[in-house]
Design a protein. Structure first.
Length: 132
């Protein structure tokens, strides 16, 4: 449960995939791995797969997006999604809703709320994109 991972760009024809695995201990401990999406990437779809339920409070949001502005440029996993095992499509926002103009460093942030139990929770966020 305590190991998070990031990166891993997997190619399938013209569509490529970037995956970030985020855990409760990782968010609570300040370990925030980073990776990159290439300039010209156009996000076609994104999914959040909660593998282990988080214990969050205060309308918490786990954001995966442009490092430093994850809450406004990326995808969000709401407390409601993180509290139930399953897979849900999530919608890109901000600069992630259009073709990326530059190589984009990707980070993770708890952009709202708090973690009630720091020892549990695991969500895998997968972003599929066309590369220019």
């Amino acid at each position: 449960t305590d190991e998070g991972s990031f990166g891993g760009s997997h190619q399938q024809g013209a569509i490529q995939e970037f995956t970030a695995t985020v855990t409760g201990p990782q968010l609570a401990g300040g370990f925030v791995p980073t990776g990159y999406l290439p300039a010209g990437a156009f996000i076609t779809e994104a999914y959040a797969e909660t593998e282990e339920v988080f214990n969050l409070a205060g309308s918490a949001i786990i954001s995966v997006g442009t490092k430093g502005t994850e809450a406004t440029n990326g995808v969000d996993v709401s407390e409601a999604l993180a509290d139930v095992v399953g897979t849900t499509e999530v919608t890109p926002s901000g600069t992630w809703a259009a073709r990326l103009a530059a190589n984009t460093e990707v980070g993770v942030a708890l952009s709202a709320g708090t973690i009630t139990d720091e020892t549990v929770g695991k969500v895998k966020v997968t972003v599929r994109y066309l590369s220019k």
